[in-house]
Design a protein around this ligand. Structure first.
Ligand SMILES: Nc1ncnc2c1ncn2[C@@H]1O[C@H](COP(=O)(O)OP(=O)(O)OP(=O)(O)O)[C@@H](O)[C@H]1O
Ligand SMILES: Nc1nc(=O)c2ncn([C@H]3C[C@H](O)[C@@H](CO)O3)c2[nH]1
Length: 213
């Protein structure tokens, strides 16, 4: 039996995950699970000194996402309700593998698996890729003060890490549908037609999967 679609929108920092998932939730009338960013007490400190604050930050993200998916994700899935989220739980590993080292990384990996192995995993991923210039422009436009200290090399590395992670999911979970969007070409904010093409593709996939549930 197939589960009702659990859709995650993913991509590096500033790609447009929250924007696109919110637009799709509204258009397709889907409940949305959204990351809470502004109340994170470690992000500012982390961008000022990654080595000092990475463990606290990664654990904070992991625990919050775990709680959110446990509280709401499981509930929607068990009620056969399609749901969209502006993150995939695996993003914890993408970031943590980059920011943690040594014993802390080993401990983090163990905790990650204990907490997440039995959580429902998205079966449709919308992956937004974009060039470094586009991401930097969007991050600047958004204007979060704590991101001003973000190193460009860190963002560039994450872009490569994301590509690698998506390729790895495609290989290890062939049943997971990955829709890749080129955020430099497709502008789902300004161009309604381009947004509707994404929305229609998703609608069709949801419909197909519901019929097989
Ligand atoms: N296609 C687009 N065209 C123009 N601006 C966009 C587009 N997509 C997103 N933006 C803008 O870029 C900024 C970043 O978008 P958003 O917050 O959705 O990114 P995100 O991927 O959720 O970021 P984060 O990784 O930090 O959570 C916002 O100001 C948003 O309005
Ligand atoms: N280190 C680290 N680990 C994560 O799991 C993670 N998830 C998001 N972020 C950063 C990106 C944006 O600045 C901001 C909002 O997405 O938070 C993260 N940073």
């Amino acid at each position: 039996m197939t589960q009702p679609p659990f859709i995650a929108v993913e991509g590096p920092i500033g790609a447009g995950k929250t924007t696109l998932s919110s637009m799709l939730a509204e258009e397709l009338n889907l409940p949305i699970i959204k990351e809470i960013v502004e109340e994170n007490p470690f992000l500012g400190k982390f961008y000022d000194n990654i080595d000092e604050w990475s463990f606290q930050l990664e654990m904070f993200f992991l625990c919050n996402r775990y709680k959110q998916l446990e509280d709401t994700g499981v509930q929607y899935i068990s009620q056969n309700q399609p749901v969209i989220s502006d993150y995939h739980i695996y993003k914890n590993m993408i970031f943590a593998e980059r920011t943690l080292k040594g014993v802390k990384r080993d401990k983090y990996r163990q905790i990650y698996h204990v907490l997440t192995d039995d959580l429902p995993k998205p079966d449709i991923i919308i992956y937004i890729r974009a060039s470094l210039d586009t991401l930097l422009a969007r991050i600047e436009k958004r204007g979060r003060v704590f991101e001003e200290a973000m190193d460009t090399a860190y963002l560039e590395q994450l872009m490569a890490d994301y590509d690698e992670a998506m390729a790895s999911i495609a290989l290890s979970e062939p049943e997971t549908k990955i829709i890749t969007i080129d955020g430099d070409i497709i502008d789902f904010v300004e161009n309604r037609e381009q947004f509707h093409t994404i929305a229609s593709q998703l609608k069709e996939l949801i419909h197909e999967r519901i019929q097989h549930t």
